[in-house]
Write a protein that binds this ligand. Structure first.
Ligand code: DQB
Ligand code: GRF
Length: 216
C-alpha cells in the first residue's frame, strides 16, 4: 500500500518528530515523512530530520507581513512536497481558521495534558498547582479553537507528590512518544473517522495503556 505522505511542523527540540521518524523507519508503518518545516532556524528538530534524510525547510514567520502570508508559504511548501497530511509537533504558532480549514481533518497536534483540562501553555505547572493526580497527553485534530479539536488518542500519567514541572514533563513526554505514532498510524490505516465533535476508531486493538473510542 502507498504510505500516507506527512508533513511535520516544528519549532524546536523535535522529540515527537523523532518518535514519528522512528516509527516510519519501519516500512510496514503506513505513513512516511515527506517534509519537515520549522518556523525557527537552527533548532534540534531540523538536525533530526536531516540525519534521517528527510527534506527540511525553514519558513520563519518573521519574514512575512501577516499570518495569512506565512501560512500560505507553509501550504505551498507542503503541497510541493506532495504532503497529504500535517502533524504539529511542538509547533508554537497559532494557525488561522483559513489554514485549519484548508487542512481540515488532515491536521493533528500533540498536546501535553489530558484535554479538555489545561489547554494552552505551561500545562505541567498548572496541573501541579491544581493538585490533579493525573497528567497525560492528547493527540487531536486541529480546529480554529486552540487545543479544542476532536480527540484521537490520550494517555494518562500519574503525578507524584514531589513532581516538578520538569519531572512531570519528562514522564508525559514518554507517553507522547507512544501516543503520536499510534494516532498517526490509526489515521493512515483509515481507521479514524470524525463524527461530530469526536473521533471513532474502527477495527483497532488498543495497545496496553491506551483506550480507543468505538466505531460508529
Ligand atoms: C500550541 C498552542 C498554543 C500556542 C502554541 C502552540 C500559543 O498560544 N502560543 C503563543 C502565541 C503564539 C502566536 O502568536 O501564534 N499548540 N492553531 C489552531 N488550533 C490549534 C495548536 C497548536 C498550534 C496552532 C493549534 C494551533 O489547536 N488554530 C499547537
Ligand atoms: C511537547 O510537549 C508537545 O506536546 C508540545 O510541545 C512539546 C514539543 O516537544 N506541543 P518536542 O519538540 O516534540 O520535543
Amino acid at each position: 500500500m502507498a504510505r500516507l505522505k506527512v508533513g511535520v511542523l516544528i519549532s524546536g527540540r523535535g522529540s515527537n518528530l523523532q518518535a514519528l521518524i522512528d516509527a516510519a523507519a519501519d516500512p510496514a508503518y503506513p505513513a512516511e515523512i515527506a517534509l519537515v518545516v520549522s518556523n525557527v532556524a537552527g533548532v534540534q528538530g531540523l538536525d533530526r530530520a536531516g540525519r534521517a534524510g528527510i527534506p527540511t525547510a525553514v519558513i520563519g514567520h518573521k519574514g512575512f507581513p501577516d499570518r495569512p502570508s506565512f501560512e500560505a508559504a507553509l501550504t505551498t511548501a507542503l503541497r510541493s512536497a506532495g504532503v497529504a497530511f500535517v502533524c504539529l509537533a511542538g509547533f508554537m504558532r497559532v494557525l488561522t481558521a483559513t489554514f485549519v480549514e484548508a487542512w481540515r481533518d488532515r491536521l493533528i497536534n500533540i498536546h501535553p495534558s489530558l484535554l479538555p483540562a489545561f489547554p494552552g501553555l505551561h500545562t505541567h505547572e498548572r496541573a501541579i498547582a491544581a493538585g490533579v493526580r493525573f497528567g497525560g497527553c492528547t493527540v487531536h485534530y486541529v480546529r480554529a479553537d486552540v487545543d479544542a479539536g476532536p480527540i484521537i488518542v490520550q494517555a494518562a500519567v500519574p503525578i507524584a507528590p514531589n513532581d516538578t514541572a520538569e519531572t512531570l514533563a519528562a514522564r508525559v513526554l514518554e507517553a507522547e512518544h507512544r501516543a503520536f505514532p499510534l494516532a498517526l498510524r490509526l489515521i493512515a490505516e483509515g481507521r479514524a473517522r470524525v463524527v461530530g465533535d469526536s473521533v471513532r476508531i474502527a477495527g483497532a486493538v488498543a495497545p496496553a495503556g491506551f483506550a480507543l473510542n468505538p466505531p460508529g
